[in-house]
Design a protein around this ligand. Sequence first.
Ligand code: ADP
Ligand code: MG
Length: 247
Amino acid sequence: MSAIILETRGLTKTFGGLKAVNDVSLQVGECEVHAIIGPNGAGKSTMVNLLSGHLPPCDGQIIFKGQDITGTSPNRISHLGVGRSFQRTNIFPTFTCMDNCWLAAQSRLKNSFRFFRRSESYAAVRERAERGLELCGLSAKRDVIAGSMSYGEQRQLEIGMVLATEPSFLLLDEPMAGMGKDESSRVVELLANLARSYSLVLVEHDMDAVFSIADKLTVMVNGQMLASGPLEQVRNDPAVQEAYLGD
Ligand code: ADP
Ligand code: MG
């Protein structure tokens, strides 16, 4: 079994009287694709927001590489190597692909506003941006205006932007949402490649995609974790079959 990179213990988030995430404990191993599935409103995006620091939990803990990061700011969590995408695209449509990756790479750089580090920073940012573009498979489109590309390519670029921050851990919230079959199979391929060197939490509706790339699966319903563990085990769990997957 691979080493545990990220772990939540009893993670809970309430909005008023609503328990959006209720006592969720899961573990993500090194270079593992951990998919989170569940119906709309199950608490999947809230989980991602908790893991990335965009929301503070009401209870529970988040442990990343052995360090308790509960309540840590999104900026700090990003510097620790956790990169995330959002459910909606987050690109700058009037900028080129390269410029989008450049901006993402810049956002990761420590002390980026310090003038005396400028030349060193320039090379580092450039390298990160190039790498992000390459890893997401859009090197050939580096000078193309992002908004002129297909929706699928824009989502691909968004993954490139996350990669340009040089993360070791990826949180992707529905990266294939709204894509056609061809586009989503390209992203599945991309994610399968990334899984060789990154740990990944993937929120996804597309079950074919999940079953083809996930190693572990967490099923959420109404904020609660119905099951979590190796893909086949969770897939065949009678409670999961009944409540979510059907037959
Ligand atoms: P999913 O991503 O699984 O569709 P979400 O995590 O977005 O679900 O939402 C879980 C529940 O929490 C939903 O009932 C949603 O309306 C509620 N919720 C999410 N974010 C907020 C918020 N910022 N304020 C109040 N309620 C929220
Ligand atoms: Mg969501």
